[in-house]
Write a protein that binds this ligand. Structure first.
Ligand code: ZN
Length: 309
């Protein structure tokens, strides 16, 4: 299977305005797409990432105002890690404290410094500073200097009861390889490896069982270059005995979905065509993006959605 790392990660939120403020102003990501939940067009689908909305940098949200909070834990993608430059953890510790963001004290984990923080819905995020090179260009941000800015994803940590069945899908079906193991955590990488490709499997018995709701991850998407590679991935997943959805056109990429044996929903998404398909890169995130079948209802949908600015 031709995968080159994470494509996007999608989470559940409550208040969309708090969500936009946190990810753009506090974390300094770019708001790259304002769209709707294709299964529930009266609610938003919000996308944040680097300047161009490159695969491997995109965190997306389904915000439902008033939704009850869930609890990150086993059976879920437990933590979502962003890559930040070595030496930037002090900047982030001070910034997040000044903005009253809940954090845990920074820790060392196998040569990386990890700062855990929580978004307004309690979504568990990590800023990971490692000595590994990450040459991705960050999105320009008003309050976050370039030398400290988020480069994109570092990886996703899956909370599991049992590591083996998930590890088998990662390695035998998806072409991942084990690259490190310490304590209850085993790290896998794919393709060129490095930040943006990692999946950590965590089998800490103290981890609670996850409950879905605001502040939890909905699914983790992996990137494949194009339609032909996705068809090949679909065939492989089916051959290995997993239930997989048909190809679904998500306008900015095409997707297939399957649930890995540990309970986490996986997606494989194409790099093509990308977020500039319906608005120029310079103005990404300003116009409501709708798939062609919803375009006739634009006026009605825009009237239903809460204003974001
Ligand atoms: Zn997705």
């Amino acid at each position: 299977m031709n995968l080159s790392g994470l494509h996007h990660i999608t989470a559940i939120a409550s208040d969309p305005r708090k969500n936009v403020d946190f990810y753009t102003r506090v974390l300094g990501l770019r708001f790259v797409k304002k769209s709707v939940n294709q299964d529930d067009p009266g609610t938003y689908h919000l996308y944040y990432g680097d300047y161009a909305g490159s695969p491997g940098t995109i965190l997306t949200f389904f915000p439902w105002a008033g939704l009850r909070h869930g609890r990150p834990g086993r059976g879920q993608a437990y933590a979502t890690a962003f890559s930040v430059p070595a030496g930037s953890v002090d900047f982030w510790t001070k910034r997040l404290a000044a903005l009253d963001v809940i954090t845990e004290p920074a820790t060392e984990r196998s040569g990386e410094t990890v700062l855990t923080l929580f978004d307004p819905d309690g979504l568990r995020l990590e800023l990971v500073a490692s000595t590994e090179a990450d040459n991705r260009e960050p999105a320009p941000a008003k309050e976050v200097p370039r030398e400290h800015a988020i480069r994109g994803f570092h990886g996703s940590t899956l909370g599991l009861d049992d590591q083996t069945p998930t590890a088998t899908v990662l390695t035998d079906t998806m072409g991942y390889r084990e690259v490190a193991s310490a304590g209850h955590r085993t790290r896998y990488a794919v393709g060129a490896g490095g930040p943006g490709t990692y999946v950590d499997l965590l089998t800490d018995p103290n981890l609670p069982h996850g409950l879905n709701g605001a502040g939890t991850i909905h699914h983790v998407a992996f990137r494949t270059p194009d339609d032909a590679a996705q068809v090949e991935a679909h065939r492989q997943i089916e051959t290995d005995g997993l239930q997989v959805s048909p190809v679904i056109d998500r306008a900015y990429f095409k997707s297939i979905y399957y649930r890995e044996p540990g309970g986490v929903l996986f997606e494989i998404a194409t790099d093509e065509p990308g977020f500039a398909i319906d608005e120029p890169v310079e103005t990404l995130g300003t116009r409501l993006g709708l798939p062609p079948r919803l375009e006739p209802y634009r006026a009605q949908i825009e009237a239903t959605l809460p204003k974001l600015d």
